[in-house]
Design a protein around this ligand. Sequence first.
Ligand code: HEC
Length: 150
Amino acid sequence: MTSRHAMRLLTAVATGAFALVALLGATTVQQAGAPPVKTGTYQPLVSAEGKDNFLAYCAVCHGVDARGGGPAVPALKVPVPDLTTIAKRNGKFDGGAIMQKILGPERLPAAHGSIEMPMWGPLFRRAEGDAVAQLRVTNLTTYLQSLQAR
Ligand code: HEC
């Protein structure tokens, strides 16, 4: 992660409301026929609650119910997973792995391709430091765990 890979934030306009999406600056977000997605500035939420953070930062792609039907989905090249079936699909809910997934990979994959799931670790850390970033991601993970289908 170099500073040249500056994080940019995108606002997706859907059903008359603005929603925030964080993406790598290099990521192409507009595809033919997709809804308009424009850049904006990261606004740290005062709340650290998992649900509040999920609705602010994740629902635009994952959907307010976390089932993968967010308004930005048509702009993405990769299907957005249903986050309520993580435990079912994997046989268990591995909190550490999910936190790592939210934080983002330690190293960027090879230059080709793009990362469709934003890396929240660098974004949260740069804006608010390690402790707040950790708190947000921990609470998001606990929230996702609470949504798991039995
Ligand atoms: C720009 C759209 C977008 C946003 C915003 C987004 N995600 Fe994702 N997410 C994806 C996509 C696409 C995938 C599947 C590809 C992948 O796993 O890299 C994914 C995968 C995941 C996974 C792995 C799910 C699994 O079944 O393994 C988790 C967990 C997750 N996202 C959590 C979050 C959380 C928490 C937030 C908000 C802080 C968030 N996502 C915001 C698009 C997004």
